[in-house]
Design a protein around this ligand. Sequence first.
Ligand code: S5P
Length: 268
Amino acid sequence: MSQLKTYAERAALHKNPSAKRLFELMERKQSNLSASVDVTTKAELLRITEAIGPYIVVLKTHIDILSDFDADTAVQLTRLADKHDFLIFEDRKFADIGNTVKLQYSSGVHKIASWAHITNAHIVPGEGIVKGLAEVGVPLQRCLLLLAEMSSKGSLATGEYTLEALRIARRNKDFCVGFIGQRRLEGLIPNETGEEEDFIYMTPGVQLGSKGDGLGQQYRTPREVVLECGCDVIIVGRGIYGSGDLVENAKVYQKAGWDAYLERVGRK
Ligand code: S5P
């Protein structure tokens, strides 16, 4: 039951260097908060990231929504990641055959693999998508999350599809460190690999004081996600940058996520 261990204990036990690094970072910053900064200009992205950097462990980007992306955007994001000690997660949601995603990950305007520590993929095309991304990502010590479930109403990522994400992750543990999901999955099917496993669950659809957005998004609280469902990292977008004071909002979610974690591991 890895969710009952502390992040420090999980860091010490984990065999994957990227997962280890994330758990160590969470312990060091006393944070399990990922901010999703879904804004459309470079200046806005950098301004918000600079302000909330001290409170987050993962900055989640949608780099393709920037109207003025340039190579310097990646340089500046990397500088902020070093300055404030967080990892960058490009939420690219790859969804094509292995050969195509390899090119999308390494090339084009964004060259995602060159700056994003973490990215994610749908498993719609089958396991080849993971193999293709791994060819680019593993040599660069990057890591991958599989979309096992989605937060949105009517999501088709359920049942057998979700279980298949778990099976694929189990077979690709050198690159795939966890999931985007709404709850822990390990217990749903026996682990036939016989190896220790400790996947990281990053969970979007988190906001205090709202249940949804009118476009299908569904929100739960940090407490529901971390304490009741055993997830590890809360992903908060508009709850942080949508209204009010950015820094105050980030502090509120950092504390709510961390308190729920402390309660889960019996430290509170
Ligand atoms: O199931 C999902 C998976 C993801 S990665 N549901 C999501 O909402 N996301 C992403 O999380 C989504 O693309 C957006 O960037 C963020 C949620 O933003 P918020 O403003 O609703 O908190």
